[in-house]
Design a protein around this ligand. Sequence first.
Ligand code: ADP
Ligand code: ASP
Ligand code: MG
Length: 448
Amino acid sequence: MKVLKFGGTSVGSAQRMKEVAKLINDGERKIVVLSAMSGTTNALVEISDYLYKKNPEGANEIINRLEMKYKQHVDELYSTAEYRQKGLEHVLAHFNYIRSFTKDLFTLFEEKVILAQGELISTGMVNLYLQECGVNSLLLPALDFMRTDKNGEPDLAYIKEKLNTCLEQHPGADIYITQGFICRNAYGEVDNLQRGGSDYTASLVGAAIGASEIQIWTDIDGMHNNDPRVVDKTSPVRQLHFEEAAELAYFGAKILHPTCIQPAKYANIPVRLLNTMDPTAPGTWICNETEKGRIKAVAAKDNITAIKIKSSRMLLAYGFLRKVFEIFESYQTAIDMICTSEVGVSVTVDNVKYLNEIVDDLKKYGTVTVDRDMCIVCVVGDLDWENVGFEARALDAMHDIPVRMISYGGSNYNISFLIRESDKKRALQSLSDTLFNSRGQYKSEGNS
Ligand code: ADP
Ligand code: ASP
Ligand code: MG
């Protein structure tokens, strides 16, 4: 059975929901994971922010506005009075529930419940629409099987058991609809898999049922070889290794949430990125295979801070890096890039919540320098060290751009540069021209 996930952009209007219904109703049994309609989760976050600030009037204004929009969606989506009524009742019940939180104490717990309403509303609407069309669909409540453990990580054994039991209890349906993003935590409370987490749901559901394929449907034709918002002449990449896709997703290619790679990779289930605006386009195929001798794509991640620790004590010393890393660990701050020399080490972070504390602690070990507003540019492809000329080609593209750090050899799939954010557009365009647009896609002789 396949698992298909449709993002907020793909269910963003009544018309788009109808198109999704057409796409999924092809006679094949499947599980469909849906996000909230685009903009809804952001609105729910805004409502929560008002409630945290004890401003129920502000919250109610957004609730009313959002409810109006949903009433229109219901009007457009259903064609019979019976289903319009059912749709309206469904939507109003959720809005009344959201309103009930404007009256009491507001905590993280209530916020999680509010954030869950977007997916609960969209899945209910689509399921009703499918039924109006005579499709044999069934709603599988994600809160019945999606669960995280005490470390906040998805509990795949639990998910597997519960989801398969749910499916066994309802063997007759053709299309199972479930909510992306939402789950329960280890204590049974409503929680979520972080923003953009519907992709993660799809991958976990796929792994749990041993799906034949996981499809992520969005509003663009697959993963592009560069950021289409920044660079001219980008084109979709047709095939990626899981690790190439993970690097690209982590380093800025927003089309796929980086957490979604791991469950699919371990279960060896291919992921296909597809475009709801152009359903017959081939999209991007992600699996455990590498296309030899190819540089595939470039992505960039902003808001990076570089920290350099220079110390003569590092010379011939062991344990120095451990001490440095322990400081980052004690402030729960993840390091992205690392470069070392015999007299110093540079690392990058994107979370600067504890930057001052980290810098103060690091000063015990040497002179510390901080560079802000930096950007990681990540070039992905078959960058096995024995392939001659690939890294040189990427470096060549950066010849007139000041490069603060270079990281190569950490995996077989990536070379990363740390540059100033203000140089990002120039760097991405130059990489695009050098790697993909000069002589067609760059392919090194003798390595294919
Ligand atoms: P969905 O609702 O389908 O999950 P998201 O809003 O989560 O969609 O993210 C996908 C959007 O990100 C697409 O609309 C796409 O245009 C945009 N996008 C951002 N960065 C990139 C990138 N580097 N490559 C392709 N698409 C990108
Ligand atoms: N609706 C959630 C969000 O906007 C989850 C998702 O779309 O993936 O973050
Ligand atoms: Mg998304």
